[in-house]
Design a protein. Sequence first.
Length: 312
Amino acid sequence: MFDNGNKKEELEMTQPRCIIPNRTYMVTHRCTQRQFMLKPDSETNQIFAYCLAYAVKKTNMKIHYYMVMSNHYHCILTDPEGKLPEFVECLHKLVAKCMNAKYGRWENFWSTYRYDLLFLPTREEVLGKIVYAAVNPVRAWLVDDSEQWLGLRTKLTDYQRGPIMIKKPAVYFRDNGDMPEEIPLEVEVPPMFDDMSKGEFVALLGRMIEEAEEQKRNEERKANRKPMGIKRVLAQSIYDTPESFEPRRRIIPKFASKDKALRLEMIRMNRAFVEEYKIALGEFRAGNREVLFPPGTYWMKRFMGVKCRPWA
């Protein structure tokens, strides 16, 4: 029954991801070969913003921060309905089609490695990853202030301005097609900070970003190193790659927590999910169509219509 190419490989070769509604994540993905396919310009920024807004509208995601670098992006979001894989699929497919049309190319736009998905269980981790994404251009020492970065990114003022209307790019989409001419894109304060006003959250985030950037600037000044500068960034070819070495076969974490007890508990829960999933999958393959999969099962539920045990 499962000998149908990619679906068989998905069932047999990849470990299942537990997708639970209302979790907050950081999603990260790179361009193919680490090339600078997302190098900043107005058209690239509009393409990514429009595709992001469309994927958000389709899946009802709540966006808390996004940063688009030259060869990868970070997005911190909350998934109210457990549709995160559908969101990523939509975003990546549309961005790839639009950017390939822009550059007149046909091959893979994104890396064939699986995108990174990091569950953020606490407000400390959410805030820390937003700061991490925001400081990315400075941490890479491309600029000495993230305000100088010309790629698409969340600005502190976006939290208080409400939805931004993103116009449909001229590239790829038909003038008389089904895609909307404009789509709203709103950045929202993460739900675990609902005890703060928007102003308080923005002030806290701004202080943490400035502190992280100042620390990096001090480190580079001591080493007498100047940032690359935005002019040199824009002069790079989209086929260039970073000079830095990227570790291979590394362990990719599924969740982030500085609390050892919480981290161990999440590891235990994930192992329990995987084991229950494997047992249920074995019964399903044996012909039991009434077997209950563990809560958080995504692929088998979406594509095979299996039933899941209620979340306790």
